[in-house]
Design a protein around this ligand. Structure first.
Ligand code: UDP
Ligand code: MG
Length: 325
């Protein structure tokens, strides 16, 4: 039986570009379908667009320019943001291999063919890595590079830099992803966290074909905060480490206060006892906060509900294989 490839596109106010995207995507996918013997499913997610995106999608779906595929449209009740729109679309994907791609033609659909070949060759995840990024501001490139540096320093999951949400994943990876109940989703962290055979595929990222970015600074900041808080406990540990450092420092300082009070007699009355009390209580406060942070971190981990391990293959099955033949 031939395999099916699903392609999921979140769309928010993409009226200016959606027709072009549809055309290029369908012609690329028809080629892939013919040469690899695949069927395909297109899943467009309308993320609460205020323009004619949805109406255009309905018209395009009826146009029948696609021979080897079907077109599904999901329309969310309001704008939920890129990561959640993509999550919604991925739940509707029925394919054996599933691609997520932006709707603005920054990720060229022609690249899909090579990604599909890598998947058919046994990869579980093929993630597209950006070589060139024309049309993006120096500010965006700089903040992005800073962000990925900090992320790799403070998190245990290896999150590849220069990647976005243009990737292909196998059914088993998507099934695990779909089963993750996390609300704040940083998808480009969750997929590497899942593991299995993940390989990069380098491509040149194009400029947006039309329209403007739906990721203003405020949204980028939100994504960055989601990334840090869902993959790192460092922010929670800050109180702990500051508390510990201050406790040590104030211990030394309190010693000096005692010495200057009893031996040097160089203090104003009341100063010594006040200083010691402030130092000890201050650092104790931070330490206790830090301990709470450790527990909250653990509660948070538990409540994220991620599986605690994932099995690649079962050894017993390997022994069984010769008998099955
Ligand atoms: N997008 C979305 N909902 C949003 C914002 C963006 O579905 O609230 C979609 C958008 O239509 C596009 C993709 O997410 O297909 C990436 O957005 P954009 O191209 O604006 O981001 P950039 O490439 O500038 O980072
Ligand atoms: Mg874009």
């Amino acid at each position: 039986m031939s395999k099916t490839l699903s392609v999921v596109l979140p769309c928010f106010n993409e009226a200016e570009v959606i027709g072009k995207t549809f055309e290029r995507l369908v012609s690329a996918l028809e080629k892939v379908a013919l040469s690899e013997g695949l069927k395909y499913q297109l899943v467009f997610v309308n993320d609460g667009s205020k323009d004619s995106t949805l109406a255009q999608l309905h018209a395009l779906a009826k146009s029948g320019t696609f021979q080897n595929g079907v077109v599904d449209i999901i329309s969310l009740s309001r704008n939920f943001g890129h990561q959640l729109a993509l999550t919604a679309g991925l739940r509707f994907a029925i394919g054996d291999g599933i691609i997520s791609i932006d709707a603005d033609l920054q990720d060229p659909p022609e690249v899909i063919h090579e990604m599909v070949r890598l998947w058919l060759g046994g990869a579980d995840v093929v993630y597209a890595v950006r070589k060139e990024r024309p049309g993006e501001t120096a500010f965006k490139l700089w903040t992005a590079s800073l962000f990925y540096k900090a992320l790799s320093r403070f998190t245990e999951t290896d999150i590849p830099k220069n990647t976005g949400d243009f990737r292909l994943m196998s059914r088993r990876v998507l099934d695990i992803f779909n089963a993750m109940p996390e609300r704040h989703r940083f998808i480009r962290g969750l997929i590497p966290w899942i593991g299995f055979k993940q390989i990069p595929y380098e491509y040149d990222r194009d400029e947006r074909a039309a329209g403007e970015t739906k990721y203003p600074f405020k949204r980028m900041l939100k994504l960055a905060i989601d990334a840090f808080t869902s993959f790192s406990h460092v922010p929670l540990k800050i109180a702990y480490y500051t508390g510990l450092t201050f406790a040590l420092l104030s211990f030394v300082f309190a010693g000096w206060v005692v010495v200057s009070h009893f031996l040097l007699h160089s203090t104003v009355p009341g100063w010594s006892s006040l200083m010691v009390a402030v130092l000890v209580l201050g650092s104790l406060n931070l330490l206790v906060l830090g301990i709470h942070g450790e527990y909250i971190g653990r509660i948070y981990d538990q409540s994220k509900g991620r599986p605690i391990y994932l099995v690649d293959f079962e050894a017993s099955r390997i022994h069984e294989l010769p008998h099955l033949k």
